[in-house]
Design a binder for this molecule. Structure first.
Ligand SMILES: *Cc1c(COP(=O)(O)O)cnc(C)c1O
Length: 366
Protein backbone atom coordinates (compact mmCIF):
# COMPACT_ATOMS: atom_id res chain seq x y z
CA UNK A 1 0.00 0.00 0.00
CA UNK A 2 2.91 2.31 0.75
CA UNK A 3 4.30 2.05 -2.79
CA UNK A 4 0.86 2.41 -4.37
CA UNK A 5 0.05 5.42 -2.18
CA UNK A 6 3.36 6.96 -3.21
CA UNK A 7 2.44 6.54 -6.88
CA UNK A 8 -0.85 8.40 -6.32
CA UNK A 9 0.66 11.06 -4.04
CA UNK A 10 3.32 11.90 -6.63
CA UNK A 11 0.86 11.55 -9.54
CA UNK A 12 2.95 8.94 -11.35
CA UNK A 13 -0.17 7.14 -12.63
CA UNK A 14 1.48 6.13 -15.88
CA UNK A 15 3.58 3.47 -17.59
CA UNK A 16 6.62 5.35 -16.36
CA UNK A 17 7.79 6.39 -12.90
CA UNK A 18 9.96 5.59 -9.88
CA UNK A 19 8.22 2.31 -8.91
CA UNK A 20 8.99 0.87 -12.34
CA UNK A 21 12.67 1.76 -12.14
CA UNK A 22 12.89 0.43 -8.57
CA UNK A 23 10.96 -2.76 -9.35
CA UNK A 24 13.25 -3.51 -12.31
CA UNK A 25 16.27 -2.92 -10.11
CA UNK A 26 14.89 -5.15 -7.34
CA UNK A 27 13.99 -7.99 -9.75
CA UNK A 28 17.50 -7.72 -11.20
CA UNK A 29 19.07 -7.93 -7.76
CA UNK A 30 16.84 -10.82 -6.71
CA UNK A 31 17.49 -12.91 -9.83
CA UNK A 32 21.11 -11.71 -10.28
CA UNK A 33 20.18 -10.72 -13.80
CA UNK A 34 21.82 -7.55 -15.09
CA UNK A 35 18.95 -6.06 -17.08
CA UNK A 36 15.19 -6.11 -16.57
CA UNK A 37 12.23 -4.59 -18.44
CA UNK A 38 8.95 -4.49 -16.49
CA UNK A 39 6.11 -5.19 -18.93
CA UNK A 40 2.34 -5.53 -19.09
CA UNK A 41 2.45 -9.36 -19.07
CA UNK A 42 4.61 -12.44 -19.36
CA UNK A 43 3.12 -13.00 -22.79
CA UNK A 44 4.31 -9.53 -23.88
CA UNK A 45 7.79 -10.42 -22.60
CA UNK A 46 7.83 -13.61 -24.69
CA UNK A 47 6.59 -11.73 -27.73
CA UNK A 48 9.34 -9.12 -27.40
CA UNK A 49 11.96 -11.86 -26.86
CA UNK A 50 10.99 -13.40 -30.20
CA UNK A 51 11.07 -10.02 -31.95
CA UNK A 52 14.51 -9.28 -30.48
CA UNK A 53 15.76 -12.64 -31.82
CA UNK A 54 14.46 -11.65 -35.24
CA UNK A 55 11.84 -14.40 -35.38
CA UNK A 56 9.77 -13.82 -38.50
CA UNK A 57 7.44 -15.55 -40.96
CA UNK A 58 8.12 -19.28 -41.39
CA UNK A 59 11.02 -19.34 -38.95
CA UNK A 60 11.17 -22.43 -36.74
CA UNK A 61 10.85 -22.01 -32.98
CA UNK A 62 11.18 -25.11 -30.77
CA UNK A 63 8.91 -24.96 -27.73
CA UNK A 64 8.17 -27.23 -24.77
CA UNK A 65 4.80 -28.84 -25.45
CA UNK A 66 3.81 -29.34 -21.81
CA UNK A 67 3.03 -25.74 -20.87
CA UNK A 68 0.40 -23.01 -20.76
CA UNK A 69 -0.59 -21.74 -24.22
CA UNK A 70 1.02 -18.33 -23.54
CA UNK A 71 4.45 -19.93 -24.05
CA UNK A 72 3.59 -20.75 -27.66
CA UNK A 73 1.11 -18.08 -28.80
CA UNK A 74 3.74 -15.37 -29.46
CA UNK A 75 5.37 -17.69 -32.05
CA UNK A 76 2.14 -17.37 -34.02
CA UNK A 77 1.99 -13.58 -33.45
CA UNK A 78 5.25 -13.50 -35.44
CA UNK A 79 3.84 -15.80 -38.16
CA UNK A 80 6.62 -18.23 -37.29
CA UNK A 81 6.25 -22.03 -37.05
CA UNK A 82 6.11 -23.67 -33.62
CA UNK A 83 7.57 -27.16 -33.31
CA UNK A 84 6.71 -28.83 -30.03
CA UNK A 85 9.04 -30.91 -27.89
CA UNK A 86 8.06 -33.62 -25.40
CA UNK A 87 8.96 -33.63 -21.69
CA UNK A 88 11.09 -35.99 -19.65
CA UNK A 89 9.86 -37.99 -16.66
CA UNK A 90 11.58 -36.42 -13.67
CA UNK A 91 11.12 -32.63 -13.98
CA UNK A 92 8.19 -32.89 -16.45
CA UNK A 93 10.00 -30.28 -18.57
CA UNK A 94 11.60 -30.23 -22.02
CA UNK A 95 13.35 -33.50 -22.85
CA UNK A 96 17.00 -33.08 -23.89
CA UNK A 97 16.86 -36.12 -26.19
CA UNK A 98 13.78 -34.96 -28.07
CA UNK A 99 15.22 -31.45 -28.23
CA UNK A 100 18.48 -32.67 -29.74
CA UNK A 101 16.60 -34.74 -32.28
CA UNK A 102 14.70 -31.63 -33.41
CA UNK A 103 17.80 -29.42 -33.42
CA UNK A 104 19.70 -31.97 -35.50
CA UNK A 105 16.80 -32.43 -37.91
CA UNK A 106 16.33 -28.73 -38.66
CA UNK A 107 20.04 -27.89 -38.75
CA UNK A 108 20.67 -30.69 -41.26
CA UNK A 109 17.80 -29.35 -43.37
CA UNK A 110 19.52 -25.95 -43.38
CA UNK A 111 16.65 -24.46 -41.40
CA UNK A 112 18.26 -23.70 -38.06
CA UNK A 113 15.61 -22.87 -35.41
CA UNK A 114 15.58 -19.21 -34.34
CA UNK A 115 14.98 -20.02 -30.68
CA UNK A 116 14.25 -22.73 -28.11
CA UNK A 117 11.58 -21.96 -25.50
CA UNK A 118 11.95 -24.05 -22.34
CA UNK A 119 9.59 -23.83 -19.37
CA UNK A 120 9.94 -24.51 -15.64
CA UNK A 121 6.46 -26.00 -15.31
CA UNK A 122 4.80 -25.42 -11.93
CA UNK A 123 8.06 -23.84 -10.74
CA UNK A 124 10.18 -26.98 -11.29
CA UNK A 125 13.57 -26.18 -12.83
CA UNK A 126 14.09 -27.92 -16.18
CA UNK A 127 17.32 -29.79 -16.99
CA UNK A 128 19.16 -26.53 -17.58
CA UNK A 129 22.67 -27.90 -17.91
CA UNK A 130 21.72 -30.27 -20.72
CA UNK A 131 19.41 -27.78 -22.44
CA UNK A 132 21.95 -24.94 -22.36
CA UNK A 133 24.65 -27.30 -23.64
CA UNK A 134 22.47 -28.26 -26.61
CA UNK A 135 21.54 -24.67 -27.40
CA UNK A 136 25.21 -23.76 -27.39
CA UNK A 137 26.20 -26.78 -29.46
CA UNK A 138 23.65 -25.95 -32.18
CA UNK A 139 24.05 -22.20 -31.70
CA UNK A 140 20.36 -21.50 -31.03
CA UNK A 141 19.28 -18.89 -28.43
CA UNK A 142 17.43 -20.14 -25.35
CA UNK A 143 14.36 -18.30 -24.06
CA UNK A 144 13.71 -19.29 -20.47
CA UNK A 145 10.00 -19.17 -19.63
CA UNK A 146 10.23 -18.74 -15.85
CA UNK A 147 6.67 -17.38 -15.58
CA UNK A 148 5.81 -19.90 -12.87
CA UNK A 149 9.24 -20.17 -11.30
CA UNK A 150 10.19 -16.97 -9.48
CA UNK A 151 12.06 -18.05 -6.34
CA UNK A 152 13.17 -21.41 -7.74
CA UNK A 153 16.90 -22.02 -8.18
CA UNK A 154 19.28 -24.18 -10.20
CA UNK A 155 22.75 -24.77 -8.76
CA UNK A 156 21.90 -22.05 -6.26
CA UNK A 157 21.11 -19.43 -8.92
CA UNK A 158 17.63 -17.96 -9.36
CA UNK A 159 15.68 -18.99 -12.43
CA UNK A 160 14.96 -16.43 -15.13
CA UNK A 161 18.65 -15.55 -15.41
CA UNK A 162 19.84 -18.61 -17.40
CA UNK A 163 18.46 -17.98 -20.88
CA UNK A 164 19.73 -15.51 -23.49
CA UNK A 165 16.51 -13.96 -22.31
CA UNK A 166 14.21 -15.00 -19.47
CA UNK A 167 10.60 -14.07 -18.80
CA UNK A 168 8.60 -13.74 -15.60
CA UNK A 169 4.87 -13.33 -15.08
CA UNK A 170 3.15 -11.38 -12.32
CA UNK A 171 -0.35 -12.39 -13.37
CA UNK A 172 -2.87 -12.82 -10.55
CA UNK A 173 -2.40 -16.60 -10.37
CA UNK A 174 1.40 -16.58 -10.08
CA UNK A 175 3.48 -16.84 -6.90
CA UNK A 176 3.65 -13.05 -6.63
CA UNK A 177 1.48 -10.68 -8.61
CA UNK A 178 1.12 -7.12 -9.83
CA UNK A 179 -2.52 -8.00 -10.75
CA UNK A 180 -1.24 -8.36 -14.29
CA UNK A 181 2.32 -7.92 -15.47
CA UNK A 182 5.54 -9.52 -16.54
CA UNK A 183 9.22 -8.92 -17.08
CA UNK A 184 11.90 -9.61 -19.64
CA UNK A 185 15.33 -10.43 -18.20
CA UNK A 186 18.74 -10.61 -19.83
CA UNK A 187 22.40 -10.09 -19.13
CA UNK A 188 22.67 -8.37 -22.52
CA UNK A 189 22.01 -4.68 -22.24
CA UNK A 190 21.04 -4.24 -25.92
CA UNK A 191 18.17 -6.71 -25.64
CA UNK A 192 16.58 -4.90 -22.71
CA UNK A 193 17.06 -1.35 -23.96
CA UNK A 194 15.50 -2.40 -27.27
CA UNK A 195 12.68 -4.17 -25.41
CA UNK A 196 11.88 -0.94 -23.53
CA UNK A 197 11.93 1.00 -26.81
CA UNK A 198 9.59 -1.45 -28.57
CA UNK A 199 7.32 -1.66 -25.49
CA UNK A 200 6.69 2.10 -25.60
CA UNK A 201 5.53 2.33 -29.25
CA UNK A 202 9.05 2.46 -30.77
CA UNK A 203 9.27 6.20 -30.72
CA UNK A 204 12.46 7.49 -32.37
CA UNK A 205 14.43 10.34 -30.86
CA UNK A 206 12.85 13.54 -32.14
CA UNK A 207 10.77 16.36 -30.71
CA UNK A 208 7.78 15.22 -32.77
CA UNK A 209 6.37 11.68 -33.06
CA UNK A 210 8.73 9.85 -35.39
CA UNK A 211 8.55 6.09 -36.02
CA UNK A 212 10.76 3.91 -38.16
CA UNK A 213 9.54 0.62 -36.66
CA UNK A 214 6.33 -0.98 -35.43
CA UNK A 215 5.97 -0.58 -31.68
CA UNK A 216 3.86 -2.04 -28.90
CA UNK A 217 2.14 -0.76 -25.78
CA UNK A 218 3.67 -3.34 -23.45
CA UNK A 219 5.06 -1.35 -20.52
CA UNK A 220 4.04 -2.00 -16.90
CA UNK A 221 2.23 0.81 -15.09
CA UNK A 222 3.88 2.60 -12.18
CA UNK A 223 0.92 1.65 -9.94
CA UNK A 224 1.30 -2.07 -10.74
CA UNK A 225 5.05 -1.85 -10.23
CA UNK A 226 4.25 -0.55 -6.74
CA UNK A 227 2.24 -3.72 -6.06
CA UNK A 228 5.18 -5.72 -7.38
CA UNK A 229 7.63 -4.03 -5.03
CA UNK A 230 5.47 -4.91 -2.04
CA UNK A 231 5.03 -8.46 -3.31
CA UNK A 232 8.74 -8.99 -3.87
CA UNK A 233 9.29 -8.28 -0.17
CA UNK A 234 7.29 -11.42 0.69
CA UNK A 235 8.54 -13.77 -2.03
CA UNK A 236 10.57 -15.98 0.31
CA UNK A 237 7.58 -16.35 2.61
CA UNK A 238 5.41 -17.35 -0.35
CA UNK A 239 7.95 -19.93 -1.53
CA UNK A 240 8.14 -21.38 1.94
CA UNK A 241 4.33 -21.58 2.20
CA UNK A 242 4.13 -23.35 -1.17
CA UNK A 243 6.90 -25.75 -0.24
CA UNK A 244 5.16 -26.51 3.06
CA UNK A 245 2.03 -27.44 1.09
CA UNK A 246 4.09 -29.75 -1.09
CA UNK A 247 5.85 -31.39 1.87
CA UNK A 248 2.54 -32.05 3.57
CA UNK A 249 1.05 -33.62 0.45
CA UNK A 250 4.16 -35.70 -0.10
CA UNK A 251 4.30 -36.94 3.50
CA UNK A 252 0.70 -38.00 3.46
CA UNK A 253 0.19 -39.24 -0.08
CA UNK A 254 3.48 -40.68 -1.30
CA UNK A 255 2.81 -44.19 -0.03
CA UNK A 256 -0.50 -44.51 -1.85
CA UNK A 257 -0.24 -47.04 -4.67
CA UNK A 258 0.12 -45.48 -8.13
CA UNK A 259 0.66 -41.94 -6.90
CA UNK A 260 3.79 -39.90 -7.69
CA UNK A 261 5.13 -36.32 -7.69
CA UNK A 262 7.24 -33.99 -9.87
CA UNK A 263 10.88 -34.45 -8.82
CA UNK A 264 13.58 -31.92 -8.04
CA UNK A 265 17.00 -32.72 -9.50
CA UNK A 266 19.78 -32.82 -6.86
CA UNK A 267 20.99 -29.41 -8.09
CA UNK A 268 17.58 -27.75 -8.19
CA UNK A 269 15.13 -26.12 -5.79
CA UNK A 270 11.51 -25.60 -6.82
CA UNK A 271 9.23 -22.85 -5.50
CA UNK A 272 6.51 -25.56 -5.70
CA UNK A 273 4.13 -22.95 -7.14
CA UNK A 274 1.62 -25.76 -7.58
CA UNK A 275 1.78 -29.28 -6.16
CA UNK A 276 1.00 -31.72 -8.96
CA UNK A 277 0.50 -35.47 -8.74
CA UNK A 278 0.30 -38.34 -11.21
CA UNK A 279 -2.16 -41.14 -10.62
CA UNK A 280 -1.49 -44.34 -12.50
CA UNK A 281 -4.88 -46.10 -12.51
CA UNK A 282 -3.32 -49.49 -13.21
CA UNK A 283 -1.61 -49.37 -9.82
CA UNK A 284 -4.04 -47.09 -7.96
CA UNK A 285 -6.75 -49.74 -7.64
CA UNK A 286 -8.31 -48.59 -10.95
CA UNK A 287 -8.80 -45.05 -9.71
CA UNK A 288 -7.92 -42.33 -12.25
CA UNK A 289 -7.31 -38.60 -11.95
CA UNK A 290 -10.79 -37.68 -13.14
CA UNK A 291 -12.39 -39.85 -10.46
CA UNK A 292 -10.32 -38.04 -7.82
CA UNK A 293 -11.01 -34.61 -9.32
CA UNK A 294 -14.78 -35.19 -9.27
CA UNK A 295 -14.73 -36.67 -5.76
CA UNK A 296 -12.80 -33.63 -4.51
CA UNK A 297 -15.25 -31.33 -6.31
CA UNK A 298 -18.11 -33.01 -4.45
CA UNK A 299 -16.37 -31.90 -1.24
CA UNK A 300 -16.04 -28.37 -2.62
CA UNK A 301 -12.29 -28.84 -3.16
CA UNK A 302 -11.06 -27.50 -6.48
CA UNK A 303 -8.32 -29.39 -8.31
CA UNK A 304 -7.44 -29.18 -11.99
CA UNK A 305 -5.98 -31.38 -14.71
CA UNK A 306 -2.38 -30.41 -15.52
CA UNK A 307 -1.51 -28.55 -18.76
CA UNK A 308 -2.80 -30.18 -21.92
CA UNK A 309 0.28 -30.37 -24.18
CA UNK A 310 0.32 -27.88 -27.05
CA UNK A 311 0.74 -30.57 -29.73
CA UNK A 312 -2.67 -31.97 -28.66
CA UNK A 313 -4.43 -28.59 -28.78
CA UNK A 314 -6.90 -28.04 -31.64
CA UNK A 315 -5.34 -24.64 -32.38
CA UNK A 316 -1.92 -26.27 -32.97
CA UNK A 317 -3.18 -29.43 -34.69
CA UNK A 318 -0.93 -28.88 -37.73
CA UNK A 319 2.25 -28.28 -35.71
CA UNK A 320 5.13 -30.78 -35.81
CA UNK A 321 6.19 -32.59 -32.67
CA UNK A 322 9.31 -34.38 -31.47
CA UNK A 323 9.16 -36.95 -28.69
CA UNK A 324 6.97 -39.72 -27.39
CA UNK A 325 4.02 -40.00 -25.04
CA UNK A 326 5.52 -38.52 -21.87
CA UNK A 327 3.66 -35.20 -21.76
CA UNK A 328 0.52 -36.89 -23.08
CA UNK A 329 0.62 -39.26 -20.14
CA UNK A 330 1.07 -36.34 -17.72
CA UNK A 331 -2.10 -34.87 -19.14
CA UNK A 332 -3.98 -38.15 -18.84
CA UNK A 333 -2.90 -38.87 -15.26
CA UNK A 334 -1.88 -35.50 -13.80
CA UNK A 335 -3.74 -33.36 -11.30
CA UNK A 336 -2.92 -29.94 -9.75
CA UNK A 337 -3.83 -29.98 -6.06
CA UNK A 338 -4.98 -26.93 -4.08
CA UNK A 339 -1.75 -24.98 -3.62
CA UNK A 340 -2.57 -21.46 -2.41
CA UNK A 341 -0.19 -19.67 -0.07
CA UNK A 342 -3.06 -19.28 2.43
CA UNK A 343 -4.11 -22.94 2.79
CA UNK A 344 -4.54 -23.92 6.43
CA UNK A 345 -3.34 -27.14 8.04
CA UNK A 346 -6.94 -28.27 8.21
CA UNK A 347 -7.46 -27.57 4.50
CA UNK A 348 -4.45 -29.73 3.67
CA UNK A 349 -5.64 -32.55 5.92
CA UNK A 350 -9.06 -32.46 4.29
CA UNK A 351 -7.59 -32.69 0.76
CA UNK A 352 -5.29 -35.58 1.70
CA UNK A 353 -7.96 -37.53 3.50
CA UNK A 354 -10.29 -37.26 0.52
CA UNK A 355 -7.61 -38.45 -1.91
CA UNK A 356 -6.66 -41.30 0.40
CA UNK A 357 -10.28 -42.32 0.69
CA UNK A 358 -10.56 -42.49 -3.11
CA UNK A 359 -7.64 -44.85 -3.53
CA UNK A 360 -7.43 -46.89 -0.36
CA UNK A 361 -10.41 -46.84 1.97
CA UNK A 362 -8.45 -48.20 4.92
CA UNK A 363 -5.28 -46.09 4.44
CA UNK A 364 -3.76 -44.95 7.71
CA UNK A 365 -3.43 -41.18 7.89
CA UNK A 366 -0.16 -39.89 9.38
C1 LIG B 1 1.39 -17.36 -16.91
C2 LIG B 1 2.31 -17.91 -17.92
C3 LIG B 1 2.74 -17.16 -19.02
C4 LIG B 1 2.15 -15.84 -19.40
O1 LIG B 1 2.18 -14.88 -18.48
P1 LIG B 1 1.05 -13.71 -18.45
O2 LIG B 1 1.62 -12.71 -17.53
O3 LIG B 1 -0.20 -14.34 -17.94
O4 LIG B 1 0.91 -13.21 -19.84
C5 LIG B 1 3.68 -17.71 -19.86
N1 LIG B 1 4.18 -18.93 -19.65
C6 LIG B 1 3.79 -19.70 -18.63
C7 LIG B 1 4.41 -21.03 -18.44
C8 LIG B 1 2.83 -19.22 -17.74
O5 LIG B 1 2.40 -19.99 -16.73
Amino acid sequence: MKYIQEAFDTNWIAPVGPNIDAFEHEIGTYTTCKQVAALSSGTAALHLALILLDVNRDDIVLCQSFTFSASANPIIYQNATPVFIDSEESTWNICPNALEEALKYYCQKGKKPKAVIGVHAYGMPCRLEEILYLCQKYDVPFIEDAAEALGSTYKGIKLGSFGDMGILSFNGNKIITTSGGGALLSNQETFISRAKFLATQARDEASHYEHSQIGYNYRMSNVCAGIGRGQLEVIEERVSQRRTNFEFYKQNLQDLPGLSFQNELPESFSNRWLTTILINPEIANGIDREYIRLKLAEENIESRPVWKPMHLQPVFKDALYFGGMVSEEFFRNGLCLPSGSDLTHNDLIRVCQNIQFCIEKNYKFI
